[in-house]
Design a binder for this molecule. Structure first.
Ligand SMILES: NC(=O)c1ccc[n+]([C@@H]2O[C@H](COP(=O)([O-])OP(=O)(O)OC[C@H]3O[C@@H](n4cnc5c(N)ncnc54)[C@H](OP(=O)(O)O)[C@@H]3O)[C@@H](O)[C@H]2O)c1
Length: 311
């Protein structure tokens, strides 16, 4: 496994992390996959209070040297008032079974709550040592600047956004350049385009991926992950329910793409909309959806056993 320096945060993080959204349907197999990743060098695991998978992550990391791990979770936007952030963090710590979170992220912007109030809670948590680093997710350049300006002492170390060979809208708004210039890591979510990577077979980008994969004797998914890593300050967090997929993802930095491969993928014109599509501005204005999803997933986690894991 390759490791990257996590920009401002002086941390060594695996070049490939793992995502956990929608896990919980088959906790035994998923735990096995997560533990495979950890024992093969992945130290970066991403979850969120909204996913209902913090308990599963807690089970996966039980017995592992805590200091070797980089655990990231997120506070849901309906919890962005000061006291709610504090409460949400305590609940996440308890579900994860840990006394600190390496990276605590604002899951989506919430324009109905002053960002200064939310950031002051995040800074307090950092000062208390409950969280080591502060990150955001789904923030535009303007939202990032506003959030940073609202902080007194700490720095935003990362922005988690949708980024894959299929979804490249962050490039249009200049987010990668801004993050590179300001030492902000990009955590690429849905790096396999939510599974589209193995379903879409007739687009230009799929053709390019297949031919590059054939040349390097790897899979199209591995090419897609390697392309993201080749950007330098991008850490993809693919989600895999099976050990088979996890193995493939963990091994995706074991080869080097040629400059011509990277140029070919860069040049393909297949562009899809990110999660939320045209409703993204609306989702940032009103966080009602966040309350519903967080509740729904925590209920599912209890019924499908994810919160219990093997405990
Ligand atoms: N911050 C945000 O707002 C936000 C939003 C979305 C996602 N995320 C984070 O990003 C993570 C990843 O995104 P995602 O789950 O949306 O999508 P993804 O990682 O792009 O794709 C997951 C899909 O790809 C399949 N897959 C995994 N490895 C594969 C391989 N080697 N070959 C072929 N298919 C493979 C998975 O199948 P199996 O499950 O069957 O293995 C699953 O269907 C999430 O889990 C979450 O942690 C964050």
């Amino acid at each position: 496994m390759q490791y990257v320096k996590f920009d401002h945060a002086n941390e060594k993080v695996s070049a490939i992390g793992v995502g956990t959204w929608k896990l919980g349907k088959n906790p035994k197999a998923e735990l096995q996959a997560l533990r495979y990743a950890i024992s093969n060098g992945v130290n970066f695991i991403d979850t969120a209070e909204m996913y209902g998978t913090e308990g599963l992550v807690g089970s996966a990391i039980e017995g592992t040297d805590r200091k070797s791990l980089f655990i990231a979770t997120k506070v849901s936007p309906h919890n962005f008032h000061y006291s709610d952030v504090m409460r949400a963090c305590e609940a996440s710590l308890s579900r994860l079974g840990t006394d600190y979170i390496d990276l605590y992220q604002l899951h989506w912007p919430n324009h109905s709550i002053p960002i200064s109030e939310t950031m002051s809670a995040m800074e307090k948590l950092a000062d208390e040592g409950k969280i080591k680093h502060i990150g955001v997710s789904n923030f535009s350049v303007g939202e990032l600047q506003e959030a940073q300006a609202a902080m007194k002492e700490h720095k935003i170390v990362s922005n988690q956004v949708e980024y894959s060979v299929f979804v490249r809208s962050i490039e249009k708004e200049g987010l990668p350049e801004y993050c590179r210039k300001n030492d902000i890591a990009i955590i690429a979510y849905s790096p396999l385009a939510r599974g589209l990577i193995s379903k879409d077979s007739d687009s230009k980008i799929s053709e390019a991926l297949e031919s590059i994969a054939k040349k390097h004797k790897v899979s199209a998914a591995q090419v897609a992950l390697n392309w993201l890593v080749s950007k330098g300050n991008v850490i993809p967090i693919p989600k895999a329910s099976s050990t088979e997929h996890m193995k493939e993802n963990v091994a995706s930095t074991e080869f080097t793409l040629d400059a011509s491969d990277i140029a070919e993928i860069d040049g393909t014109a297949n562009r899809r909309r990110p999660i939320g599509g045209v409703f993204r501005p609306l989702l940032k204005k009103n966080a009602a959806w966040s309350r519903i999803m967080t509740k729904m997933n925590s209920k599912n986690a209890k019924t499908n056993g994810a919160e219990i894991g093997e405990k």
